[in-house]
Design a protein around this ligand. Structure first.
Ligand SMILES: *Cc1c(COP(=O)(O)O)cnc(C)c1O
Length: 446
């Protein structure tokens, strides 16, 4: 470990014995959620009091450890904004959605989102150690009654067993690390029994909210299920404490590769200098920045949104300026279920048939001379090309390039371009029904 990170405890907890403070069950059972409890630690603003007293707000709960990281005298503290609600949360905005990533539509069985060809997102609980105000899954998270049943878990396992293209399972929720240790182990064991599942990932903010959960018992258990990857979720350098450093050190020593996912948020981390400090501190605690997300169009998160350009500005300030390991990918998770779309600054200036003109982070402009002779890769004799994994209906632009498909058409394209023609030919057909704008496939009606 390099320079020590600091450790903080709010003055109200000064007399709590270390044995309790460092016990994750104590942290969970002493979480704060009312005006009275929170006010003992930080002086609340009118807007925060209103929100905390409002009905029907997304669940509030904060571990004593995490609330201690807030500077009680700063109403704009970046950690405070992530976990203490304000009245602005109740303000609707244009394009706001309940399930902005259309996850429910992509779920073949409850709690299992199969959006991409070879991997699934498995929601194993609705509970978290602390609730983030901008939660993308606030439609289900926090509600103990909405948590997944044993029956649903068995359905998820059955689906995975009969779906051999799934080679990567991402456990999320809620937060898988708040599950009772036995249940978490059962999930991992059952997944490992499925031969085609190659890697398991955990998405968890527990190391950040409650680093004491990363016990030796936990890392010993996790190691049995390798290859296992963990993504944590840190948004601001102030979240990187001595305790988090110790937790990620334990995970890394258990052979678990660590990544970080952040959400870009106005007033929290929408600054290239904050992001550079965050990225560099993450690499010091052995965590590789993985994704920086544009804030989703989710209810309650409107006041956190930044222009998409802010993310590109941040990547511009990272790439070349610091270690490549410290540069995350900036991602817009497409509203409506389009999935993750990476964005970055433009580095290509121009092309000709033999040259490409590029620029670097400094504005240095260069040319790369293309090879005059290029022996085209022969897919006929390449064993990998011959045995490629099928991605039914999902090969996308790659499928256009490798010749599998000639074109990709928007829904209804053929119908629109028939103009009156087809209608004329079919007008005597009793089955013919006029199609509304944007309605389903032509075949359905012909
Ligand atoms: C983010 C996500 C994944 C994992 O995506 P990677 O780019 O492989 O990290 C898988 N499924 C769903 C539904 C997701 O949202």
């Amino acid at each position: 470990m390099t320079t020590k990170f600091t450790s903080r405890r709010a003055p109200v907890y000064a007399d709590i014995p270390d044995k309790k403070w460092n016990n994750w069950r104590w942290q969970l059972s002493h979480r704060l959620n009312t005006v009275e409890e929170i006010e003992k630690i930080i002086k609340l603003t009118g807007s925060e009091r209103d929100a905390l007293s409002a009905q029907g707000l997304f669940r509030v709960d904060i571990t004593p450890y995490f609330i201690s990281l807030i500077d009680p005298d700063n109403p704009n503290d970046p950690i405070r904004k992530q976990v203490i609600p304000t009245a602005t949360e109740m303000v609707p905005f244009t394009a706001m959605m309940e399930d902005s990533l259309a996850e429910d539509k992509h779920s073949p069985v409850p709690g299992l989102v199969h959006r991409y060809p070879d991997r699934v997102l498995m929601l194993v609980t609705t509970q978290c150690a602390t609730y983030c105000r901008y939660c993308t899954r606030s439609r289900i998270v926090g509600d103990p009654a909405a948590t997944f049943s044993r029956e649903e878990f068995e359905m998820q396992i059955e689906y995975l067993k009969r779906t051999p293209q799934v080679r990567d399972v991402l456990l999320s929720g809620g937060d898988p690390l708040v599950l009772a240790p036995k249940i978490l182990e059962e999930i991992l064991r059952r997944l490992r029994e499925i031969p085609h599942i190659e890697i398991i990932r955990l998405g968890s903010r527990v190391p950040v909210f409650m680093p004491m959960r990363i016990t030796d018992d936990l890392t010993e258990m996790l190691q049995k299920y390798h290859p296992l990857w963990v993504n944590i979720h840190v948004n601001h350098p102030n979240e990187i404490s001595a305790e988090l450093d110790e937790a990620t050190d334990k995970l890394a020593k258990a052979g678990i590769p660590l990544g970080n996912q952040s959400v870009l948020m106005a007033g929290v981390n929408d600054c290239p200098h904050i992001q550079r400090d965050l990225a560099q501190k993450l690499t010091r605690i052995k965590v590789r920045p993985y994704y920086l997300y544009q804030c989703d169009l989710v209810e309650g998160a409107g006041h956190f949104r930044t222009p998409v350009a802010k993310g590109i500005e941040i990547i511009e300030a990272l790439r070349g300026h610091t270690s490549g390991y410290a540069v995350p990918q900036f991602i817009v998770d497409a509203p409506g279920g389009g999935g993750k779309i990476p964005l970055q600054p433009n580095y290509v200036i121009s092309y000709s048939d033999h040259k490409i003109v590029l620029r670097n982070y400094e504005g240095y402009m260069t040319t790369y001379e293309e090879p005059a002779e290029y022996k085209v890769h022969d897919s006929k004799t390449c064993a990998y090309c011959q045995n490629k994994r099928p991605e039914p209906g999902q090969s996308g632009v790659m499928g256009l390039l490798d010749g599998e498909e000639m074109f990709i058409k928007p829904e209804g394209f053929d119908h629109i371009h028939e103009r009156g023609g087809l209608q004329h030919r079919l007008k005597d057909d009793a089955k013919w029904k006029p199609l509304g704008i944007g309605s389903g496939k032509l075949e359905d009606n012909s």
